[in-house]
Design a binder for this molecule. Structure first.
Ligand SMILES: C[S@@+](CC[C@H](N)C(=O)[O-])C[C@H]1O[C@@H](n2cnc3c(N)ncnc32)[C@H](O)[C@@H]1O
Length: 230
């Protein structure tokens, strides 16, 4: 693994431990509201950093044309298996899942109606996140949407671990990102400046939770952006 690549641990993780099987409620709400009346087989969705497929599984069942990319071949293997077995019989378009880095997306310009990031972009350094945002913008249609979930700086673990750059830590020692490799924690202002430089903001919502037993706080940003219509 090179110093610039902190993603090599994900394969091990997915091989050795169970991962969430179901999508978060906010994603279900977002997809339901945004595409309530759409002809879903025509809605092309890309999940960047799809992992073992918790979100793709749901979106495929809901009729969307799902696409996924992940740096971990184990994740893509598990996701493909889930879609082929658990979703057999669903008539949604054939899923398109690929192993790769979301900094270099193997799809042509303006291919997607929506790109989803459920806690994947954050697992990179800022230069990588910036490259990925430019790629995501490239593959979205004008007016296309980006839904992204990011950890906030009020999350336990912020400031703990090995600092790599402002807001980014490796080997975070506690909180939801402990033992998850590199983590970038965002403030609302930073989300607006980094994502807002590429996309138009639609909503930047956050949820603050606390777990007194595990003694941790969790700040999740749930953001919606749109690609400009020129
Ligand atoms: C915390 S997991 C989330 C997985 C999935 N989105 C979910 O909600 O279950 C982060 C995922 O992002 C992937 N990932 C991180 N950086 C990546 C990159 N630069 N390119 C592609 N995938 C990446 C990891 O391999 C991992 O599957």
């Amino acid at each position: 693994m090179s110093r610039a690549d902190y993603t090599g641990h994900w394969d091990d993780k997915f091989r050795t431990r169970a991962w969430g099987r179901y999508p978060p409620e906010d994603l279900v709400r977002f997809m339901g509201r945004r595409f309530r009346d759409a002809d879903r087989k025509l809605v092309r969705v890309l999940e960047a950093g799809c992992g073992p497929g918790a979100n793709l599984w749901f979106m495929h069942r809901e009729g969307f044309a799902v696409h996924g990319i992940d740096i971990s071949s184990t994740a893509i293997e598990i996701a493909s298996q889930r879609l082929a077995t658990e979703n057999a019989g669903f008539t949604s378009p054939q899923p398109d899942l690929r192993v790769g880095n979301f900094c270099s997306l193997p799809w042509h310009d303006a291919h997607f109606d929506v790109v989803i990031d459920i806690f994947a972009l954050y697992a990179n350094t800022l230069p990588v996140i910036r490259r990925a945002l430019v790629e995501i913008e490239r593959v979205l249609k004008p007016g296309g949407l980006l839904y992204t979930k990011l950890w906030g700086t009020n999350t336990t673990g912020f400031g703990l671990g090995t600092p790599l750059e402002p807001g980014t830590f490796d080997a975070v020692t506690s909180g939801p990102c402990a033992d998850m490799g590199v983590t970038h924690f965002f403030s609302r202002e930073e989300i607006l400046s980094e994502f807002g430089g590429v996309f138009q903001p639609i909503a930047i919502d956050y949820v603050l939770r606390s777990d007194d037993v595990a003694n941790q706080r969790i700040e999740e940003f749930q953001c919606q952006f749109a690609k400009a219509v020129i």
